[in-house]
Design a protein around this ligand. Structure first.
Ligand code: ATP
Length: 324
């Protein structure tokens, strides 16, 4: 490998810049060239490349988003698009790739590798923590900190007015953000897609909570929860069946994807970037860097995109106990 191309793809997450910095600096350390590819696969198709040296990633470890920009590319999902991308890589002399993104980006990477045999290593960058083969994805920890900080603020106003707040958090089809931030912020109830206990149970729990003397309550709702009602319908349902509560809804939205990465995410990104470049230099491909038992690991991308993450049962139990 003589020249590695690095790019970010799909949804952005905090820590992507720290990962770019790590890849670029590891290349400099190993004395190989590094090229930044802008706007993910779309930029690859258009040859939107820029050579990067150790100094071109100064002062980005603390920045949210991605300096290389991200994009979703429909063209890359076509054979013609991928041919153009390959031709651009060839003419730029790029012979290895590091993709920082989610499962869609990894799927594209596998298809591309099968067609053109360009070695490619993935770094999981998404706040949802929904990728198999790593205990933590880049950005998850930062998103948790953001959500907890916001719920703390919501709690101030909730308790001043004796209100019940439904707070919707991101996470797509999984409840990792909801469960972890819910426990961290002391939520009364946490609704996650992995375990739908039904609306009856929610009403019972809220009734108990009120009877026990609580003046305000926070219910954290994962965006993918399976109660069959969206967060606004949930609020109406509870108001109708439990008129003792004055309810409000807060949908946190894209703020969860932004902000300066936590120290945990910066360290994780730095470790993952080094491993990604080392793996390419060792002749490996189609693997995703992860962290398991605090060790940096490599998992076949094919497994990472097929496997499902499991919700932490022990944490669910802790959550139940805390809401006694
Ligand atoms: P996030 O989960 O954070 O949104 P992601 O990587 O899953 O990130 P996607 O939008 O699903 O985001 O995928 C990013 C890009 O990867 C797509 O825009 C497309 O260019 C490429 N891609 C996804 N699926 C395929 C596929 N089947 N074939 C080729 N390219 C694909």
């Amino acid at each position: 490998i003589k020249k590695i191309g690095v790019f970010t793809s799909g949804g952005d997450s905090p820590g992507m810049n720290a990962a770019i910095r790590s890849v670029v600096r590891t290349c400099a350390y190993m004395k190989i060239d590094c090229m930044g590819i802008y706007r993910g696969y779309q930029g690859m198709i258009e040859g939107d490349f820029k050579p990067m040296d150790a100094r071109s990633v100064n002062n980005i470890i603390n920045k949210g988003g991605t300096i290389l920009k991200s994009a979703r590319s429909l063209e890359f999902q076509t054979k013609e698009g991928r041919k153009k991308a390959y031709d651009q890589l060839q003419s730029a002399g790029i012979d290895g790739l590091v993709v920082i993104g989610g499962d869609g980006s990894f799927t594209g990477a596998l298809i591309f590798h099968k067609e053109y045999n360009v070695p490619i290593i993935g770094i999981p960058g998404t706040i949802d923590n929904d990728i198999f083969g790593t205990t933590y994805t880049l950005g998850f920890d930062t998103a948790l900190n953001t959500v907890v900080e916001v719920i703390d603020k919501i709690r101030d106003t909730a308790s001043s007015h004796n209100r019940l707040f439904f707070v919707e958090v991101m996470g797509r089809d999984v409840g990792h953000i909801a469960l972890n931030a819910g426990v961290g912020a002391g939520a009364e109830e946490i609704l996650i897609p992995e375990e739908n206990l039904g609306l009856e149970r929610l009403l019972e729990s809220l009734k108990r909570s009120k009877a026990s003397g609580k003046s305000s309550s926070i219910v954290v709702v994962a965006e993918g929860d399976k109660t069959g009602k969206n967060v606004f319908e949930l609020k109406e349902y509870v108001e109708e069946h439990l008129p003792i509560y004055d309810c409000r809804v807060s949908v946190l939205g894209h703020m969860q994807r932004g902000g300066s990465p936590s120290c945990f995410d910066r360290v994780l990104a730095s470790r993952m970037g080094v491993k990604a470049v080392e793996a390419l230099l060792e002749g490996k491909s189609s693997l995703m860097v992860g962290i398991q038992d605090n060790k940096i690991t490599l998992t076949p991308i094919s497994k990472a995109i097929k496997g499902h993450t499991k919700i932490d049962k022990e944490l669910m139990r802790v959550s139940d106990i805390m809401t006694v």
